[in-house]
Design a protein around this ligand. Structure first.
Ligand SMILES: *[C@@H]1O[C@H](CO)[C@@H](O)[C@H](O)[C@H]1NC(C)=O
Ligand SMILES: *[C@@H]1O[C@H](CO)[C@@H](O)[C@H](O)[C@H]1NC(C)=O
Ligand SMILES: *[C@@H]1O[C@H](CO)[C@@H](O)[C@H](O)[C@H]1NC(C)=O
Ligand SMILES: *[C@@H]1O[C@H](CO)[C@@H](O)[C@H](O)[C@H]1NC(C)=O
Ligand SMILES: *[C@@H]1O[C@H](CO)[C@@H](O)[C@H](O)[C@H]1NC(C)=O
Ligand SMILES: *[C@@H]1O[C@H](CO)[C@@H](O)[C@H](O)[C@H]1NC(C)=O
Ligand SMILES: *[C@@H]1O[C@H](CO)[C@@H](O)[C@H](O)[C@H]1NC(C)=O
Ligand SMILES: *[C@@H]1O[C@H](CO)[C@@H](O)[C@H](O)[C@H]1NC(C)=O
Ligand SMILES: *[C@@H]1O[C@H](CO)[C@@H](O)[C@H](O)[C@H]1NC(C)=O
Length: 816
């Protein structure tokens, strides 16, 4: 009777399953004789995760996968996929169940053999087996009564995601090494090219690999406390990633690394290998309703091996880093659109050499790409000179490119990992294409005829003024074209543009700035440098480095002039002028804009410090050096100039009273100057952005009213709003205010290792990572005193040995 009842109940349940759309909702368990099919889901106990069939918006329809996603987050962020290689066409005809022999299987079209299985063998108690979706995103198969005996779990079967609490490493008994493998592209969870795992050779480091063969990044060995290459992942690191906990375990049974989040609010944290090979920790930002990255390695997108595939170039500066070489087009353009560019590009026109044999070698031509870092697998060839090198390449039909700087390098077949727009690189590469891909001589003739006619035109009018206008237009056209190469101006051009340097915009540490007007739409700022005495060649080298730096929050250098002793720089013009005029002037910036400015400046500096080829220390961060464009987007000005000025910079500093209060203590104390000196100055400026007043402005400034001191104390008392008592700012957001105050206090710590990096500052300000309460910075007391007694800060008596050492270091190369 009882047996009949239960089997009746079971068939009722089964009946329900097939009729009701989702009767399993809010149930986290699948038992024997139950199946998950169609749009049914398992939901974990607290509702964090869901398991079911899904299809991807980016893919063509009719491809369904079974997987786990965040149940509470809009959109569908998949953390695990069972059948990543084998989609099913119809979820209604597919079912996930425990098979008769106790395996966990995905069955399709009522077929007996599973499309996917968890490969559980010798399950002696098949009838008591259950599948359970846990609240940490782990899907567990075990016996009903035995909570510790796990038969299988999705945490052991990584796809591209590593969730908090899961272990990534090696089981020393079985020898199995877990690895995370990227998706192929955003519309296809099948295995892609990139993976991370504990080094299979036995060293204690994680390695990122391309195609399971080429290592393109490693964490560095475990030192006992941290991975040598990523100290921020250290279990002992209390700051500023204090919301994460890390643990590395190496015992007789296993070696693994795991991470966790201290704060439940951060349960929505995941670490992935994304489709472009980056290893990232992402945190769900509730305010922005988006995933924001808390950790990304490698820093340089282009150092991911093969990220752009073959016959393409990679450039760090652009949002989409890859582009095909001239004469080539995208292989699988749809995959390119979905960020999988690993298939690279293919020739538009086959090499004529390959078609016609070596007799017609003339049918192929080369074009040059400058400032590159050369691709892998070059062959070193003996050649007399560059022409000989070219000839050797032309003669071999499988040669695709050559380069000649001292030695002759040639490439056979594929070109991989070619990077362009490399700051300061003098390497060039010559790419071989069918002649028809390059403009032929007929165009040149047209151009020639055009020039003659143009010449006659100019001559026939022959008026000097017209010529001048023409010249100015030419200059302005080159400015307008958005061409990234620097323009070399004649001094006479600049006289014309600035109308004999008549309209002065301001004077900075390095010289006077004038407005230059070319046409109604084009305005530039021309800076006449003072005190620059180095040679033409060195000047040009430095200027070209600066000119190669492109970032939203860094002022763009358009061109330069170097004639005799005259040195001028031409920059984009910022209609809203410098930050100090707005902060300390009569107009009051809203809180929103102030915050936007603080984040923007941090982004610009983070780029200078961390993402350029050679790290650039600004050395002179202050509101006068922050310019604002028409929509108040901040741009850092004068970067790279401290280096350009070299030893003379100390003289500039000593004569600059305007810099008091922004300089880090190490400038005076004799320690070496690092990027943390800029962090200090940024912190001081951030106090001013918050308060809208100069820190050292008022005569009555004392320990009690010195704004940074006030902030540090109020923060500790938990009364951060109190710092805004005097300043009524539109729409101040208390959470942002607290973040900004904390950041500023951390920045001005006397000990530079306590100060965060600019990259961390960006993340803290954006709310992606949290930061502990800062201690009251000791150095503020010194500064507060010094504002009572400015003589304390006498630069004439300061110890400049540190500075001299610093400039000697940055000029090491130039003087060699
Ligand atoms: C299941 O059946 C459908 C329709 O009959 C078919 O298109 C599909 O290929 C089948 N799937 C498998 C895995 O056999
Ligand atoms: C499973 O059982 C078979 C036969 O009893 C045995 O040969 C095999 O070694 C067992 N496998 C495992 C993993 O225990
Ligand atoms: C599992 O249960 C089925 C009936 O539901 C029964 O026929 C079978 O013998 C059971 N198997 C084991 C190993 O207990
Ligand atoms: C639970 O499973 C584990 C691992 O399979 C096993 O070692 C243990 O004896 C089981 N406990 C019970 C009570 O069956
Ligand atoms: C592992 O060893 C092989 C063979 O010695 C070597 O080619 C490979 O580079 C090593 N891998 C790493 C990550 O050191
Ligand atoms: C890491 O450790 C391995 C052996 O454990 C050693 O061969 C290798 O040189 C180390 N790598 C670095 C960068 O120290
Ligand atoms: C990746 O490696 C496999 C096996 O080593 C090889 O067959 C395949 O050609 C490689 N893929 C690419 C794009 O080089
Ligand atoms: C050889 O080159 C000529 C152009 O010079 C081209 O028209 C012809 O198609 C090529 N031969 C083959 C087999 O492609
Ligand atoms: C071209 O170079 C490749 C690689 O060195 C070589 O194998 C091939 O024989 C060469 N072909 C000719 C025609 O010289």
């Amino acid at each position: 009777m009882a047996a009949w009842l239960s089997s009746c109940a079971l068939s009722l349940l089964l009946l329900q399953l097939s009729i009701q759309p989702s009767p399993l909702n809010a149930i986290d368990t699948l038992a024997v004789n139950q199946e998950l099919s169609g749009n049914q889901k398992l939901i974990s106990e607290n509702g964090n995760f869901a398991l079911g069939f899904f299809q991807l918006a980016e893919a063509s329809s009719g491809k369904w996968y079974i997987g786990i996603w965040y149940n509470k987050i809009p959109g569908q962020t998949i953390v695990w996929v069972a059948n990543r290689e084998n989609p099913v066409s119809d979820p209604a005809l597919s079912s996930l169940a425990i098979s008769g022999d106790g395996n966990f299987v995905l069955l399709v079209n009522h077929s007996k053999s599973p499309l996917w299985s968890a490969d559980i063998k010798n399950n002696t108690a098949a009838n008591s087996t259950i599948v359970l979706l846990l609240d940490n995103g782990n899907l567990v198969v075990r016996h009903d009564s035995n909570t510790s005996g796990v038969l299988w779990q999705s945490f052991d079967d990584f796809t591209d995601t590593w969730l908090p609490g899961n272990k990534l490493g090696r089981n020393k008994k079985t020898g199995i090494i877990k690895q995370i493998i990227s998706w192929k592209d955003r519309g296809d969870p099948a295995q892609g090219m990139f993976s991370i795992q504990l080094d299979p050779n036995g060293s204690l480091q994680f390695i990122l690999q391309w195609n399971s063969s080429v290592v393109y990044w490693t964490t560095g060995n475990w030192t006992g406390n941290e991975f040598s290459g990523v100290p921020e992942m250290s279990p002992a690191n209390p700051y500023p990633s204090s919301r994460f906990m890390f643990q590395f375990v190496d015992n007789d049974e296993e070696a693994y690394f795991t991470y966790n989040v201290k704060n439940d609010a951060l349960i929505f944290t995941r670490t992935i290998i994304d489709v472009s090979g980056l290893f990232q920790t992402l945190v769900w930002a509730e305010a922005q309703q988006a995933w924001t990255d808390a950790f990304t390695k490698p820093k340089a997108k282009c150092s991911v091996y093969g990220v752009c595939g073959e016959y393409s170039t990679c450039s760090e500066n652009d949002a989409s880093p890859c582009s095909c070489l001239r004469g080539f087009s995208e292989n699988h353009p749809n995959n390119w659109k979905l960020d999988d560019r690993t298939a690279g590009c293919r020739r538009n026109t086959p090499l004529q050499c390959a078609n016609n044999g070596s007799v017609k070698v003339k049918q192929d031509k080369f074009y040059v790409i400058n400032s590159v870092s050369l691709p892998d697998n070059a062959h070193n060839i003996n050649a007399k000179n560059i022409h000989h090198c070219e000839l050797i390449c032309l003669k071999n039909c499988s040669c695709t490119a050559y380069s000649h700087s001292g030695t002759c390098l040639v490439w056979y077949s594929h070109l991989m990992n070619l990077k362009n727009n490399i700051d300061g690189s003098s390497d060039s590469i010559f790419i071989r294409v069918a002649a028809s891909e390059l403009p032929n001589s007929r165009n040149n003739k047209l151009w020639f005829i055009g020039t003659i006619i143009g010449g006659i035109f100019v001559l026939s009018f022959g008026v000097a003024i017209l010529y001048c206008l023409q010249r100015r237009r030419k200059v302005m056209n080159s400015l307008n074209q958005g061409d990234r190469s620097l323009i070399r101006f004649k001094h006479s051009d600049l006289l014309l543009l600035t109308r004999n340097f008549s309209e002065r915009l301001g004077a900075g540490s390095f010289g006077t700035v004038f407005k230059g007007v070319g046409s109604e739409t084009t305005t530039v700022a021309v800076k006449k440098l003072e005190g620059f005495h180095q040679g033409e060649k060195q000047f040009r080298a430095e200027v070209s480095t600066i000119g190669n730096i492109h970032h939203m929050n860094l002022i763009r250098l358009l061109g330069f002039c170097s004639e005799g002793v005259k040195r001028l720089l031409v920059y984009e013009y910022m209609p809203n002028g410098s930050l100090d005029k707005h902060l300390f002037g009569s107009s009051s910036l809203s809180w929103k804009i102030r915050y936007q400015i603080a984040v923007g400046i941090a982004k610009g500096l983070a780029y200078l410090h961390e993402e350029c080829r050679d790290c650039i220390i600004h050395c002179d961060i202050k509101p006068q050096n922050i310019l604002l464009d028409a929509s108040f987007v901040p741009k850092v000005a004068d970067f790279g100039l401290a280096k350009l000025l070299g030893r003379n910079f100390s003289r500039v500093l000593t004569s600059m009273r305007g810099t008091v209060g922004y300089l880090a203590p190490e400038w005076i104390s004799g320690e070496a100057i690092t990027t943390k000196a800029d962090v200090f100055s940024y912190g001081m400026m951030l106090f001013e952005i918050i308060s809208g007043r100069r820190n050292l402005e008022h005569k009555d400034t004392s320990m009690e009213t010195f704004f940074p001191m006030l902030v540090a104390k109020k923060l500790l008392e938990g009364k951060v709003q109190a710092v805004m008592d005097k300043e009524l700012i539109n729409g101040v957001d208390v959470r942002e205010l607290e973040r900004a105050c904390k950041v500023a206090c951390w920045c001005v710590q006397g000990n530079e290792s306590s100060r965060p990096t600019m990259g961390e500052i960006v993340k803290i300000l954006e709310g992606v990572i949290d930061v502990e309460m800062p201690p009251v910075p000791r150095y503020l007391e010194v500064l507060a005193k010094c504002s009572e007694n400015v003589e304390f800060f006498s630069y004439e008596t300061a110890d400049w040995t540190a500075y001299t050492r610093y400039t000697a270091r940055v000029h090491g190369d130039a003087e060699k």
